[in-house]
Design a protein around this ligand. Structure first.
Ligand SMILES: [Fe+2]
Length: 502
């Protein structure tokens, strides 16, 4: 039975990868304003009240693709009719390459290449290196002189599946001034407090990495980028900026079709039997509480790697910060583009402040995004607006990528970074690992790239030329990065997609 189940779902995952085409983004249109309501009223069966989302019937018709909705509905129905899960299966192979070969098949390979293994996972995981390189660098925070931390302790409070350990963890790093690096020196978790000389150290590292990847996928990616950030930026942009407004035209490819995509993937991932419950360690009840609790604490500032690194106090601290440097350079390019484009349409700050649509857009953003977007009509100017626009570009392209498709090279190596921690020490069962592989595989379907000429959406030649210059600069950054050796932890401009749509 497992053979048929596995191949049925592998075929479906492959089919999605085979037929998915980049969206064609038409110019914006007028429509009824979207008024988001609690998620519990949008998706029956999801008891989540703090998250606000667009109701299915309010998804704008010009931002829907009915064939995608139908396919996704079929997939969600199949989750219960012919579930990809089968109780009682043995654990995956102890050899990570054999485990991967069992789940990532010849069929998968026809559409997307195999994951690379980060250097940090070749031996015992190097948490100090992961604190500055790759997706988990966003969690590193200064807590004292030469002392840094990853804090996932709160994850341990949420209900998990039977037989698993809670994944709450806190990792303490200390500065190695000679190596200009961080070293993990202590991990507090359900296994107790462990240091590098303790017998529980290796397993504590697994718990810490399980916590990091759980938080990254659930809180940062889906709750943060999709529900708290992306959805509301798209709603405010559609509701408040007229279709012929220069800012609407600039932002349009970045927000297009967000509500339809969010609605589909919320159902497929969050409902009982969905991807989240079936792969991660939290139970459905635990997941719902986690989303409800973390949504109100969302910080839009995480979409500005320069400001976020400064807030966490990780730059200029005596250790190298390759990922912060990489992300900061991408952000600077976006910031430059936003500034150049806005200056085409606004002579000075006073002209911008007379634009009532922009003031209303900011008001709506600050009302919808938990804790606001850090800019209101009172402090509006061309420079601060450019920074906000760059944060929006970054949110839906770079931030979404590093928390999503990018994990292909990290999350599948469960011998180092388990997706669940079994109390008896066993590895993940075959069905859980297969689902993890297929979910990550489908995060990497072909989508509309950021490096694309959206000049046809501009109001005039000046705007179109500015959009084209942005593409040229992204291409130049890509070429420059390619002159150095490829590395798994680097985020390349060519990997970026223009929006968060599935
Ligand atoms: Fe996503």
């Amino acid at each position: 039975m497992w053979f048929f189940r596995k191949w049925f779902w592998n075929l479906l995952a492959w089919f999605k990868a085979a037929v998915n085409k980049p969206l064609t983004i038409p110019p914006p249109m007028n429509g009824l304003p979207i008024v988001p309501v609690p998620l519990s009223a949008v998706v029956p069966g999801l008891p989540i009240d703090h998250v606000l989302a667009c109701r299915q019937q309010d998804i704008p018709t010009d931002e829907r693709t009915p064939s995608r909705t139908r396919f996704y509905r079929l997939q969600v129905w199949l989750y219960s009719a012919f579930s990809p899960m089968q109780a009682g299966l043995p654990p995956i192979d102890a050899d990570p390459q054999r485990a991967l070969a069992g789940a990532y098949t010849w069929l998968h390979k026809t559409k997307f290449g195999p994951p690379a293994m980060p250097a940090e996972y070749l031996g015992s995981p190097d948490l100090g290196s992961l604190a500055v390189r790759g997706p988990y660098a966003c969690y590193t925070r200064k807590v004292g002189d030469g002392v840094f931390e990853w804090d996932f302790e709160s994850l341990g409070r949420y209900a998990h599946h039977d037989g698993l350990l809670p994944v709450g963890a806190r990792v303490r790093f200390e500065l190695d001034t000679v190596q200009r690096a961080l070293r993990a020196v202590r991990i507090d978790s359900a296994l107790g407090s462990a240091g590098p000389a303790d017998a529980t150290w290796e397993r504590s590292k697994q718990v810490a990495l399980c916590a990091a990847t759980t938080h990254l996928s659930l809180v940062r990616h889906f709750n943060g980028v999709h529900l708290a950030g992306g959805a509301h930026v798209a709603i405010a942009t559609r509701n408040r900026l007229p279709p012929v407004h220069p800012l609407r035209r600039l932002l349009w490819p970045y927000v297009y079709a967000t509500q339809q995509s969010n609605d589909m993937v919320t159902r497929g991932q969050m409902l009982p039997g969905g991807d989240f419950e079936c792969t991660f360690g939290l139970s459905f009840e635990g997941l719902c509480r986690l989303f409800d609790d973390t949504y109100p604490g969302y910080r839009f500032e995480v979409n500005d790697p320069r400001a976020d690194a400064a807030a966490r106090q990780v730059t200029g601290q005596g250790f190298d910060t390759p990922t912060e440097d990489n992300l900061g350079a991408i952000f600077d390019l976006m910031h430059g583009h936003a500034l150049e484009y806005l200056r085409l349409y606004y002579l000075d700050d006073a002209t911008l402040r007379r634009d009532a649509a922009v003031a209303e857009w900011l008001d709506e953003l600050n009302r919808l995004v938990p804790n606001g977007v850090g800019l209101g009509p009172d402090t509006l100017g061309i420079d601060p607006l450019a920074r906000l626009v760059a944060r929006i570009f970054y949110l839906v392209s770079a931030q979404h990528e590093i928390l999503g498709g990018f994990l292909w090279n990290y999350q599948l190596w469960t011998h180092r970074q388990p997706i669940r921690i079994h109390a008896n020490g066993q590895r993940e069962p075959l069905d859980v690992y297969q689902r993890l592989v297929n979910a990550n595989y489908n995060l990497n379907v072909t989508r509309r790239a950021l490096i694309f000429d959206f000049g046809y959406l501009a109001l005039d030649q000046r705007g179109a030329a500015s959009m084209r210059r942005f593409v040229e600069r992204l291409d130049a950054m890509q070429a420059e990065m390619e002159r150095a050796p490829w590395a798994v932890w680097k985020l390349y401009p060519r990997a970026l997609k223009v929006n968060i749509n599935a």
